[in-house]
Design a binder for this molecule. Structure first.
Ligand code: SF4
Length: 255
C-alpha cells in the first residue's frame, strides 16, 4: 500500500498531497462517532514507527513526479499522524525533496507532549481538532483512549498556540451531538485564537448524519459574533483534481 496519496481536493487546504504515516488499519487515540475510517481499529497513545521513513521517501518522489499542481503536503491518513514516532524524521526528508508548505491534521490529543509540540512547530499549518466543550461530551463524541482527558487536550492546544508562529486552524465537526454547544465552543475558540475555525459536518460517508446548510450557517454566525474567521464545509469551492491513484486516495482521511 502506498504511503503517499492524492492530490486530494481539500476544502481547507487546496490541492493537497497526503502522506499517511500509519498506512494500514486505523490507529488512533480517538474513536470518534463520525469517523469514516471504519470500525476496525487500534486505540493507543503509544508513539511508534508504523512505516519506514525510506519507504515514504520513495513513495513521495514517485508521486511528486506524476502529480500536477500540488499546493501543499499534508500529514493525515489512516489515523492520528502524531502517533508516528518518525514524524520529525519524515518532515526533514520532505524538506529535502520539495519547497512545498506542510500541513498536519491532528486530533490534538498528544499536543500536550513537548516532543510533539516541538515537531509540529516546524510545520506551516497545523489543523487541530476540538469537537466538545467539556469532558462529558468529549467522551461521548471522541471516545478517547482512557489516558486522555478533555482538560489536558484543551491545555495542549492552548500551550501549542502560545509558542507557534505558523497558521493554526481549529476544526470542529458539528453533528446533532454538539450543535447545541456552539456558543461554548465559540468561547473556547476565542480563547485559543486560531487563524481560522473550520466548521465541518460529516458530508463524506459516515455513521452519523450531517447537519444541513442552514444549521451550519447558524453555527457560523455564532462564531462570527466572537470575531472569529471561519470557513464552513458548505462554502468550499469544489476543486477538480486528478489523483495519481484513486483507490489509495479514497481510503484515507482527506484534508
Ligand atoms: S481523530 Fe480522526 S481518525 Fe481518529 S477516530 Fe477521530 S475521525 Fe477517526
Amino acid at each position: 500500500m502506498k504511503t503517499v496519496y492524492g492530490p486530494v481536493p481539500s476544502w481547507r487546504l487546496g490541492r493537497s498531497l497526503g502522506i499517511d504515516l500509519i498506512s494500514s488499519e486505523k490507529v488512533c487515540s480517538f474513536d470518534c462517532i463520525y469517523c469514516q475510517l471504519g470500525e476496525k481499529y487500534e486505540k493507543t497513545v503509544k508513539r511508534r514507527k508504523f512505516v519506514e521513513t525510506l519507504r515514504i521517501k520513495e513513495d513521495l518522489l514517485e508521486t511528486l513526479d506524476l502529480a500536477e499542481d500540488v499546493e501543499i503536503i499534508t500529514f493525515s491518513g489512516m489515523g492520528e499522524p502524531t502517533l508516528a514516532s518518525n514524524l520529525k524524521e519524515v518532515i526533514s526528508i520532505v524538506r529535502g525533496i520539495t519547497d512545498l508548505p506542510l500541513a498536519i491534521l491532528t486530533n490534538s490529543s498528544l499536543l500536550h507532549r513537548r516532543e510533539v509540540q516541538n515537531t509540529l512547530k516546524t510545520i506551516e499549518r497545523v489543523i487541530t481538532k476540538l469537537d466538545a466543550p467539556d469532558e462529558k461530551l468529549f467522551q461521548r463524541i471522541n471516545r478517547p483512549h482512557p489516558s486522555i482527558s478533555f482538560s489536558q487536550t484543551l491545555k495542549g492546544i492552548k500551550k501549542f498556540r502560545s509558542g507557534y508562529n505558523g497558521e493554526l486552524e481549529l476544526q470542529i465537526m458539528f453533528t446533532d451531538e454538539n450543535k447545541e454547544h456552539a456558543r461554548e465552543l465559540a468561547g473556547l475558540a476565542a480563547e485559543i485564537k486560531p487563524e481560522r475555525v473550520d466548521i465541518n459536518t460529516p458530508l463524506r460517508p459516515s455513521p452519523i448524519k450531517p447537519l444541513n446548510k442552514s444549521e451550519i450557517k447558524e453555527i457560523k454566525e455564532i462564531f462570527e459574533e466572537k470575531s472569529l474567521n471561519t470557513k464552513t464545509v458548505y462554502e468550499s469551492n469544489k476543486i477538480k483534481v486528478e489523483t495519481v491513484d484513486h483507490e489509495e486516495t479514497a481510503r484515507r482521511r482527506p484534508g
